[in-house]
Structure formats: C-alpha cells, structure tokens
Design a protein around this ligand. Structure first.
Ligand code: CA
Length: 225
C-alpha cells in the first residue's frame, strides 16, 4: 500500500470491531440443533458473512435436499437473532478502538461494511467508538442484496465513501469476507480472531494476515507504507 494513495479503511464488524463471533456461532449451532440439523460452531465461522438466508439454505440443501421456504428462513433466522441477543453482550475487540483512532487521526475515512442487520450492535458502534463512523458511511444488511462472498458490500462501501478500490484497504476476519474484499479489487488485511487456521484466510486471498486486531494496530504504520 502506498501511503499517499490510501484514503479509506473498510472495516467489517463482527469478529473485527466486536468479539461477537463466538455468540453468533453458538446461536447458529443451537438453533439448527433444535430443528434437527447439524451445524457445528466451526462451520458457522466458515459461513460468516453470508446472509442468514444463504446459511440456512446451505444446511437445508445438504440435509433435506431442498431450499428452505421463505417462512422457514424467517422463523429460523428470527430464532437465531433472538438467541444471539439473549447472550452476554459482545465486547469491543482489543485493539480496535486504538486502530480506529489512528485511522481517523491520519485523516483516513473509516467505513463500516457488515452483513449484520442487528440494530443493537450498530447502535453499539457509537457507544464504544464514538465519533468514528458516520451513518452515511455504513453498509449493513439493509443496503445490499447479495451478502459476502459477493463483492457487492465492499463495492458499495467504496461508492459511499467516494474512493477507488486502490485507495482503500479492507480489514476482515472471515474467509468469505476476505473473498468479498478481494473480488471488489481491494487490498485485504485478514485478522485471525477466530478458531480457523490461518491457511483458510490466506487461501481466500488475504494480502496480509495478523493474529489479532492489536497486532494489526501495532503494525499499522508499517502496513501503510
Ligand atoms: Ca466478520
């Protein structure tokens, strides 16, 4: 990355800014189990970034040989969302606030690009990272038709911030998110904050990989140059 060219940093939310993925994985596992399906917590990490409907359909096709109906998708996704919300609130990821402050302090534009439609979590952004994200510079589940690994969410992040692909970097923790960033033509930094092997993120196309947000924050000056 050339320092002069970099204008915006596109941040994924779950597993990057908040340590919320263990709760999402647990909720997916428990709700699917209650419906007689098998979805391990680790598999939930592999699907991270997909829309809820896409994840549900993968399980239905595999185990019932058919797509879920719109009603089934709606009710299962609601159950999953309710269970997630019932868990202890996810904490900010260590290092995230410090990195966001560096990014903002350097005059770069922080952009949020999440597949989440959890209103509570989006509100939490302002509470934990006050003054960092502008509402008009957020891409959420409500903005896009196709979830990650489709490049649409990141392309929309570029559009909203008015920067070109080679003027941005993506920060992602999930293989499908990395794939989405790369397919949008953006330099993509992976932070491995979950249980998957580094190779999964590198195979998805990560340009750089760090073991944590704190490690990325500490190395930020070298990443930019
Ligand atoms: Ca994520």
């Amino acid at each position: 990355m050339s320092h002069k060219k970099l204008k915006a940093v596109l941040f994924d939310m779950d597993g990057v800014l908040f340590n919320s993925m263990p709760y999402h994985a647990e909720a997916w596992h428990q709700v699917m189990k209650a419906h007689g399906f098998t979805l391990s917590r680790e598999e939930a990490y592999m699907h991270e970034g997909r829309t809820g409907a896409a994840t549900i359909n993968i399980v239905f096709r595999r185990e019932l040989g058919r797509e879920a109906t719109p009603e089934e998708i709606k009710s299962i996704y609601q159950e999953k969302s309710d269970l997630f919300s019932s868990y202890t609130q996810a904490e900010p990821m260590p290092g995230a606030k410090e990195l966001l402050q560096k990014v903002k302090g350097e005059g770069l534009i922080p952009v949020l690009v999440t597949g989440s439609g959890q209103l509570s979590l989006i509100e939490k952004l302002e509470r934990h990272f006050p003054g960092i994200f502008k509402k008009e510079l957020m891409v959420t589940a409500f903005d896009v038709k196709r979830g990650k690994p489709d490049p649409e969410p990141y392309l929309m992040g570029l559009k909203k911030s008015g920067v070109k692909a080679d003027e941005a970097v993506v920060v992602e923790n999930a293989p499908l998110g990395v794939e989405a960033g790369r397919r949008a033509g953006i330099f993509t930094i992976a932070v491995n904050t979950g249980p998957l092997n580094d190779s999964v993120l590198l195979d998805a196309g990560a340009n750089l990989l760090f073991p944590s947000m704190q490690a990325l924050c500490d190395a930020w000056d070298t990443v930019e140059h």
